[in-house]
Design a protein around this ligand. Sequence first.
Ligand SMILES: Cc1cc2nc3c(=O)[nH]c(=O)nc-3n(C[C@H](O)[C@H](O)[C@H](O)COP(=O)(O)OP(=O)(O)OC[C@H]3O[C@@H](n4cnc5c(N)ncnc54)[C@H](O)[C@@H]3O)c2cc1C
Length: 370
Amino acid sequence: MTHVEYLIVGHGIAGATLAAELRGRGRAVLVLDAPQPDSASRVAAGLMNPVAGKRFALAWRAAELLPAANAFYRGLEQRFGQRFLVELPIIKLFSSIAEQNTVLARSADRPWLDFVPEPDALLPPVPGVRQPFGGICIQGGGYVLVERVLDALAAEGQQNGWLQHETFDWQQLVPAPEGGLIYAGRVHARHVVCCEGAAAAHNPYFHWLPLTPNQGEVLDVECNELGTDYVLNKGAYAVPLGGGQLRVGATYRWPPFATGITPEARQELSQRLQDMTDRPFRVTGQRAGVRPAVRDRKPLLGTHPAAPGVHIFNGFGSKGVMLAPRLAQLMADWLEHGQPVWPEVHIQRYQALYRVPPAPAGVVPVDSRS
Ligand SMILES: Cc1cc2nc3c(=O)[nH]c(=O)nc-3n(C[C@H](O)[C@H](O)[C@H](O)COP(=O)(O)OP(=O)(O)OC[C@H]3O[C@@H](n4cnc5c(N)ncnc54)[C@H](O)[C@@H]3O)c2cc1C
């Protein structure tokens, strides 16, 4: 029997950040992850954008989340000797005069100005970029090479025995007579954490939470005539990966959606890129993934109401790359010390939806935190 304190299910950006946080605190962790080349985290362009949406508002808690994310990815860079985080300005191109006015109305907001220091400055012409209504330059963001991060961590985990590639079967989780939980008769864990991404919509413990899969696609594009020192954003983003390669995304589709890539998404994203540049480009690849989206667009952190050893760290929607590192710290504080997590992300806010006992027959409440 393998004994661990934490059994983490899933190694996308959620499971990876939580495992890293708990391991950094000296905890015994085992991650079980079903290999999935097109998981949301692997498909994501990894963009971290502090100013998003039609109203150009500062992203939720961006001033706290971004520094934590930067520190996390920079720390991994030092450990692995690889580049993971590319900090770049994001050129947000306006679609109309009305958008210009929306931004000007924001110019007095202090934390916002930290990310858009010159909202009323004219955007200088950028070669190859269409900017009929101008735009703003957003600082403090950039992108993360998420697939590279996950590969580095998973390789380390496999080598050191804390990560295994396999599908976790929730029906094989039972309470241990001595406390904690036993998985498949071979792993004893004090805590089990669901980091399954969109697959958690079918999780027997957490299917009552309002987590909805949202399909998205990105294009890999070759375009040698755009600069590599900015991200473009107008309805879509174009992230320069170097060597004339861009990743362009993303689409959003609610169920029912097609599995895999679609010609519609290719058309939509190509059109959006054409709206941003007058330079020729060639689509070289296309990928699709499924985001774990939540009704109120906030993640889902907490402990199952009737099974105190079973937890969830999920619901990162379209912003997992920026959110997960700081929230992994909060989740670890909750698991280790019972420190309350922020109410906006605590699953307590959906307690009213929990009616039917979701645990499979035979699984009784187990308080393994004692
Ligand atoms: C097209 C697209 C573009 C995106 N672009 C961005 C972006 O630029 N910036 C950004 O911040 N976010 C972006 N996102 C969103 C981001 O990808 C998600 O917020 C994030 O990846 C969610 O991470 P996760 O770990 O919760 O889920 P996932 O990445 O889906 O990981 C879940 C993991 O759990 C595994 N798993 C599931 N069930 C089991 C089981 N039973 N047993 C074992 N393993 C299991 C899966 O195989 C997978 O490895 C994008 C998403 C898409 C689809």
